[in-house]
Structures are given as C-alpha cells and as structure tokens.
Design a protein around this ligand. Sequence first.
Ligand code: FAQ
Length: 314
Amino acid sequence: MDTAEREKKFQEKIDSGLKVEAKEWMPENYRKQLTRMISQHAHSEIVGMLPEGNWITRAPSLRRKAVLLAKVQDEAGHGLYLYSAAETLGIDRKTMIDQLLSGRAKYSSIFNYPTLSWADIGAIGWLVDGAAIVNQTMLARGSYGPYSRAMVRICKEESFHNRQGYEIMYHLANGTPEQKAMAQDALNRWWWPSIQMLGPSDAQSKNSEETMRWKIKVESNDTVRQRFIDRTVPQAHAAGLTIPDPDLKFNEETGHWEIGEIEWTEFYRVIKGHGPCNRKRLKARQEAEREGRWVREAAAAYAAKQRARAVQAA
Ligand code: FAQ
C-alpha cells in the first residue's frame, strides 16, 4: 500500500470508532500531534504540583493536609502515567523532560498563577480540576488507545480532587465573613484563567481541524468550555459565591450560561512565558532536576551493579 492508501484506511478506521494502538501504522502527523498533546499534558501534571505543593505545610488542619498531600501525589502519578503513554509513540522521557527544563515545551497556562491564600487550594480543586475533568472525559473517547485509557483512570482521581476543592470553597463561603471574602477573592482570580485553560476559541485554534478529524479530540475547545461553564455556575450559586463576570446571563432558549468577553491577550502572554509565575515554575523544576540527580545516578549505578552480578552468577 502507498502512503495515500494507508492514510485513507487509517481515516476509515478512525471514522468507524476503532482505537489505534501503539505499534500500528499511523500518519506521521497523527504521531506528532499526539506526542505534542500528551507530553504537554504530562508536563502540566508535574508543574501543576507546584502551586498546591506551596500550601502543604500550611494546610489549616491535619485532615486538610492529608487530603492535599494525597491529591498532589496523584498529580505526580498522572504525570508519570502520561509520560509512559507518550513513550508508546517513540519519544523517550528524557527528551520530554529536557524540552520542559529548557523552556521549549508548553504546559498548561493555569499553573503560572500564584496561590496566595488557602482558598486558592479550594479554587484549584473546584475550577482547575473541574475544567480538566470536563476536557479529559472528552479525551477518554479519543482515538489513541493508550491515551484514552489513561484518561479514564485519571478522571476518576480528578473527580475526587474536584470534590475536595469544592468542599473547601463551600465551607469557606459559608464560614465567617473573612472566610467568605477569601473564597470570593480566590474565585475572582481563578475564574478567567480556568476558562482560558481550555484552549483558544474555535476560531483561533490552529490544531483543532486536524486533531478533531483524527478524533484525538472529539469536541472543540469552545464546546468543552461551555460544558464547564454550565456545570460550574450553578455550583458557585449553591455556595453563595458570585462569578466575577457582569455579563454572565442564562439563556432560557439555549439552556446555556453565556459569559462576557474572554481576555485572550492575557492567555497568549502567559503561554508565551510572561505570566505571573512562568519563571518561578521553570526554576523550581530545574532545581528539582539538579537536586535529584545524585539519587538517579546512585539508582542507575546500583542497577548496573546488580546486572553485572547476575551476569557473573549465570
Ligand atoms: N496552556 O490549537 P489549539 C490538569 C496551546 S491537566 C498552554 O487549540 P489543541 C490536571 C496549544 O498547545 C491540564 N498552552 O491546541 C491538574 C497550541 O500550541 P502548540 C492540561 C495552551 O492542542 C489539575 C496552541 O495553544 N490538560 O489541569 C493551552 O488542539 C490540578 C493552540 O491551541 C491537557 O493538557 C493552555 N491552556 O487544544 C494537575 C489536556 N491551550 O502546541 C495539577 C490535553 C492551548 O501548537 C493540578 N490537551 N494551548 O505550540 C488538550 O486537550 C488540548 O491540547 C487543549 C488545546 C484543549 C489544551
């Protein structure tokens, strides 16, 4: 079969809803698009540990500390799991980590914002994990087997993260006036970045045509964003919080919440490296790499020694 024929067959397979598996033939761009998306996703999980990790030592109770520790550990697990999924496409983990540490790789815009108060931990679980779940339940229906299956497992944990975040917000919003003000302030700062994190509008999204044709994504950025908004606005109201958008209104005809204008200039500034914490986040990962190097070297030396012993004994 020539390439055009193979591509036609590949497209037919995708259109019939079958999954593509690691060792199967795939168009080079399918491989590239997936590698890009999965590696960005893996980096997001790893960098995403930093804003919340900042509050582990300052959690207001032992229960909150244990829950937050478990959540941050889960994100590390998701990162490792996703690096493995990307490796099935032929890239190795070291290359991906090098791309992250040198600043060449993207990770989600949302993790370039600071966590200024305990309420931000609630806002991240509720809004950031909430947006991630809506996106990832869609990605779980995607065409690449190893990635879509990873999404099913990850979403189960994200939904625990989402509930713990909302629980923090709900308690604060129904606590003292100071606590309610803290929760509202966190919502004010995290609302728009969470809306933006679901990617550029459909009109601006350069990859969507290709990624949707191949069912890497099965819904567009705006469709997923609308689902997140429709699900989250009533939750804010139930907690007694106000969405920071004077133009927010419910459209009785469509049954959807309509929001005001999204600040895309801010989004592009952040993804180009000029958000409030981009430099800090990269520096933290670079330091972790440097400080952990001796452990990796010791582990590699020990493994080499064990291998040599096994060869001698054989
Ligand atoms: N940040 O053409 P499109 C989480 C880039 S996980 C930075 O629309 P696409 C869990 C995009 O890469 C959160 N860059 O792209 C957690 C592209 O640039 P490129 C991460 C962004 O891929 C919670 C360009 O803009 N989730 O939160 C962003 O079709 C709490 C044009 O965009 C995933 O990665 C952004 N927000 O659609 C962890 C899910 N949005 O590469 C810790 C997988 C877009 O051409 C704590 N990814 N860009 O140079 C996706 O679903 C998709 O990649 C989208 C973007 C929907 C993000």
